[in-house]
Write a protein that binds this ligand. Structure first.
Ligand code: ADP
Ligand code: MG
Ligand code: ZN
Length: 608
């Protein structure tokens, strides 16, 4: 499925044409020799003896001859010249004619032209084209006319997609609808003095419909849509990527209002790792710098909106995410149960499908699958129906193709088995319950067991009610207890645990460590600063400043805090094991629940 057109003929095209021309000439004028069948010498001798040979041409290395048998059938052959001493006698005995068998080569002048002049002309022409091509890319002074003629490079007239093509993803659609509305009536926003964010970044795992969403925006907004993939900026020659960016924005400014969509922006927007060796990434850095400059340079009120998509947001350069650039981040997450059902229906609308198909059952079986995978499942089912000679897709086709697709993706662990799903549900409820049962901890607002962009298998979102700048010792400790709650629930219910808590462990350790080394919250060290933050703005790396003995003590303090918090989490969960089961079961079925639903079940008096 390639949607991208190549409006300009690339260099390689001319090279191929030249090759073909050369080849044709070669075939036409190649000495006829090569097309004459070669036969063994004894065939020649026997033909001579039978008197079938009419005409012979003896050359240094070979003998060509024409035969005519009794039936009048003519043949022309060559054979090697073995320097047979009896050859002359044989030829005289057979009384054959001598003459020219192989047609003479073309006139020397023509051959000279073909072998020397033509290639030279071709090389000159290709060289010229190459030079112009480069000039245009560099945006050199002579390139005006050439650049203009290619002005449509990035324009994709009509994507033909609308928001109706995107199922689920309601939050992302909501955010994008505002942008569409802005492009439709900018005056509404201008009169209040509001400016649109210059850029919005679609963030989510592969196949969740980021590219599709961007296309839908273009389809809804009815404005020109400049689409380019980040990898297209990465050029062989330094400076070309930057020139492309400049060119892109120049065109966008001329066509405003319009949308510029940069897909897979991480290919150019990767973190610049300052002071690298040998400057291997010069080209990419230049391109990125140019992009930043252009984004600062243009006026958002003109109506140029920049959308970008990535599935690796953490690798993006911080400068790109700064206010005034891609300051709006639109998460496009994997679909939950309802979302999957909706996506299946959207794609089922394109195929003939039996009316009694149970989409919900298919959606249930595909926890963790992306929109692209679901689209694939429907397509696979349609193929199966065709294979079996049926007129429409049935439930069985869909079920079969779920298995095919899931087997295909199992390697990547994309689809979650019911067993894992159960463990994840208990794990997340473990976090939420421990959080809810402790004072001074932020209320739970959302729990989901749909894998997140960050790589987490589930997620419990807690949002503080007010702005919090200070954290008390108790809050810090409770937070660690909440972080251990996931693993605690696994231990309690399954008597066993999984690797799913790795991120929790990392965070809990970080926090416990900070309590000891930076917040002065341990009895042992009082207010001694043991670690300092070295890089305030870029990630907050810390460096240890103490003796090895102290470092060992720090470790044991940290371990003590975590162990205490873990024990607390276990005891909380033990006390509330009934609710733990009930909530986990509910989450298992719904996949995503709100904080309100959570609190409702939690506060519901016991049934018995
Ligand atoms: P991404 O850019 O996020 O990797 P794409 O936008 O390329 O994913 O999605 C690939 C295909 O998957 C789409 O063309 C569409 O057919 C299907 N798809 C993905 N998400 C959805 C969705 N929410 N609704 C409908 N189809 C979807
Ligand atoms: Mg994409
Ligand atoms: Zn967890």
């Amino acid at each position: 499925m390639t949607e991208k057109k190549t409006p300009k003929k690339p260099l390689i095209f001319y090279a191929v044409v030249a090759m073909i021309i050369l080849l044709v000439f070669n075939l036409l004028f190649m000495p006829a020799l090569n097309r004459i069948p070669e036969v063994p010498y004894n065939f020649f001798v026997s033909s001579l003896e039978q008197g079938n040979v009419q005409l012979v041409e003896v050359q240094d290395t070979q003998i060509a001859f024409i035969t005519q048998d009794e039936a009048g059938q003519q043949g022309i052959y060559v054979t090697g010249n073995p320097n047979d001493p009896q050859l002359v006698d044989r030829l005289l005995d057979a009384e054959v004619d001598f003459g020219q068998v192989i047609p003479k080569e073309e006139s020397p002048l023509l051959m000279f032209i073909l072998t020397w002049i033509l290639p030279i002309i071709l090389f000159v022409v290709i060289g010229q084209l190459m030079a112009r091509y480069m000039q245009k890319k560099m945006g050199g002074p002579n390139s005006m006319s050439f650049g203009k003629s290619n002005a449509k490079i990035y324009v994709e007239a009509q994507t033909g997609k609308t928001f109706a093509d995107v199922a689920g993803e309601d939050e992302a659609k909501e955010a994008l609808k505002e942008i569409v509305d802005f492009l439709h009536n900018p005056s509404k926003y201008e009169s209040i003095g509001a400016t649109m964010p210059k850029g919005a970044l679609l963030v989510g795992p592969p196949g969740t419909g980021k590219t599709l969403l961007a296309k839908a925006v273009a389809g809804e907004a009815h404005v020109p849509f400049f689409s380019i993939s980040g990898s297209e900026f990465v050029e062989m020659f330094v400076g070309m990527g930057a020139a492309k960016v400049r060119d892109l924005f120049k065109q966008a400014n001329e066509k405003a209002p319009c949308i510029v969509f940069i897909d897979e922006i991480d290919t150019i927007g990767k973190k610049r790792d300052g002071g690298g060796m040998g400057g291997g990434n010069d080209e990419r850095e230049q391109t990125l710098n140019q992009l930043l400059t252009e984004m600062d340079g243009f006026d958002a009120r003109k109506g140029v909106v920049i959308l970008a998509a990535t599935n690796r947001p953490e690798s993006l350069d911080k400068a790109l995410l700064r206010p005034g650039r891609f300051d709006r981040r639109i998460p496009v997450e994997l679909p939950d149960l309802a979302g999957r059902e909706a996506i299946l229906k959207v794609h089922a609308a394109n195929v003939k499908i039996a009316p009694d198909v149970d989409y919900n059952a298919i959606a249930r079986a595909t926890a963790g699958a992306s929109g692209a995978e679901l689209a694939n499942i429907v397509n696979e089912a349609a193929l199966r129906a065709v294979r079996l000679g049926r007129q429409s897709v049935t439930q069985a086709d869909l079920e079969e193709s779920v298995e095919v697709i899931i087997a295909g993706y199992q390697r990547k662990n994309a689809v979650i088995s019911p067993k894992d799903k159960r463990i994840i549900a208990y794990h997340e409820i473990g976090h939420a319950l421990v959080a809810a049962k402790q004072s001074n901890s932020a209320p739970v607002t959302k729990i989901t067991i749909i894998p997140r962009t960050s790589g987490a298998l589930g997620y419990t979102m807690q949002v503080d009610e007010g702005e919090k700048v200070l954290m008390s010792r108790e809050e810090a400790f409770n937070k660690i207890a909440t972080l251990t709650g996931g693993r605690a629930a696994e231990e309690l219910i399954f008597g066993n645990y999984t690797s799913g808590a790795s991120n929790d462990i990392e965070q809990a350790t970080k926090l416990a460590r900070a309590m000891v080394t930076r917040y002065g919250m341990s009895s042992e060290f009082d207010m001694m600063a043991l670690e300092t933050v070295t890089n305030q703005y870029l990630g907050g790396d810390t460096s240890l400043a103490c003796s090895p003995e102290t470092a060992a003590k720090i470790d044991s303090e940290v371990l003590g805090i975590i162990k205490k918090a873990h024990a607390k989490a276990i005891s909380i969960l033990k006390e509330n094991s009934g609710k733990l089961d009930e909530l986990a079961q509910y989450l298992y079925e719904k996949e995503t629940i709100t904080g309100d639903e959570f609190m409702q079940i939690l506060n519901k008096p016991k049934a018995s």
